[in-house]
Design a protein around this ligand. Structure first.
Ligand SMILES: Cc1ncc(C[n+]2csc(CCOP(=O)(O)OP(=O)(O)O)c2C)c(N)n1
Ligand SMILES: [Mg+2]
Length: 321
């Protein structure tokens, strides 16, 4: 079945919104208005493609810090994002207590993220176990980078999901780096998907330029999970044109040609060309998407800038000990 034209345009709209919001974060960081940023640039097609396979608010997601486009696809608003980035008291994830990009939403079924890489994967598997025990017919999407798959937590969780045949899809956003550590110093195999067979679940790799192809692959994995056929791993090859974060200087470990190469593989441009070639995206429509993204972002930013910081007297709230 070919994807509905409206869905394709909506996926592109979210990719564009994520890109413009991410670019805004970098300018706010250079103006010293936000303290830290981790970028989703280059990952948008992977994230939007995967998120559109979920039933919003019914299925569960365990995203990681790079998943801005995934969050927007699931209904997190630019305002929610800014409230977190600015550490404001009404930040829906943590009331301004968490690090930037450690997002979550009870209403949207988005689990909180831990700063310990891969620690969220056992949590996601727990959510899948609960969904199975409660006969919810909901599926969990657990995302992480390829570097996180070196963690013990990751192996233990994926193994348990396979043994218990849990309704979960492991999304690996493979951008070739874990901060400064390149893939070949992280893995002996050339793709993370090769690890899946040893743990007893299907694993596939796909190019992360085309959100519609990613959606098709993740849809199949979600359907397997929903029908009781257990977990799958989907690895999406993506590119990271930015440093790991705003605190990282990638000139110390990475040739400039590598960065240029990443920029040439831009998924946003690729998707725009796909839609233009299909006659779905006209110059007018593109301009409208750009204008809408700009006003959505600027309105949200103004609202978030005016929102109060958490009250000092409430600093101890939600602290266990
Ligand atoms: C247990 C642990 N070790 C190290 C870190 C520091 N750290 C934060 S992100 C990161 C790299 C993760 O790389 P990857 O999983 O490939 O995700 P990417 O950032 O490339 O998307 C590291 C080492 C951490 N947060 N937790
Ligand atoms: Mg990585």
């Amino acid at each position: 079945m070919s994807l509905h034209e409206q869905t394709k345009l909506e996926m592109f709209r979210v990719m564009l919104l994520a890109r413009r919001l991410d670019e805004r974060a970098w300018t706010l960081h250079s103006e010293k208005k936000i303290s830290f940023h981790v970028s989703c640039i280059g990952h948008e097609a992977a994230q939007v493609g995967a998120a559109f396979a979920l039933q919003r608010g019914h299925d569960w997601a365990a995203p990681y810090y790079r998943d801005l486009a995934l969050m927007l696809s699931l209904g997190y608003r630019p305002l929610d994002v800014f409230l977190g980035w600015l550490g404001k008291g009404s930040d829906p994830a943590s009331g301004g207590r968490q690090m930037p990009n450690h997002w979550s939403s009870r209403a949207l079924h988005i689990l909180p993220y831990s700063a310990i890489t891969a620690a969220s994967i056992p949590h996601a598997v727990g959510a899948a176990l609960a969904a199975k025990m409660n006969d919810e017919e909901s599926v969990v999407l657990a995302a992480c980078g390829e570097g996180a798959t070196s963690q013990g937590d990751w192996y233990e969780a994926v193994n348990l999901a396979a043994v218990q045949q849990l309704p979960i899809v492991f999304l690996i956003e493979n951008n070739g780096y874990a901060i400064s550590t390149p893939l070949k110093r992280q893995l002996r195999v050339s793709q993370v998907a090769a690890k899946a067979s040893g743990l007893g679940l299907p694993g596939q790799t796909i190019n992360g330029k085309d959100p519609f192809a990613v959606l098709e692959m993740v849809n199949q994995a979600v359907e397997l999970a929903r029908s009781g056929s257990g977990p799958s791993l989907v690895e999406v090859n993506v590119y990271r044109p930015t440093p790991h974060s705003s605190d990282d200087d990638d000139r110390l470990y990475r040739a400039r040609e590598d960065v240029l190469d990443c920029k040439q593989r831009d998924p946003l441009r690729h998707t725009r060309l796909l839609l233009e070639n299909e006659g779905l995206l006209t110059a007018d429509k593109l301009q409208r998407f750009e204008d809408e993204a700009r006003s959505l972002i600027e309105d949200a930013l103004q609202e978030a800038l005016q929102a109060p910081y958490p009250k000092p007297a409430e600093v101890g709230e939600h602290v266990y000990a």
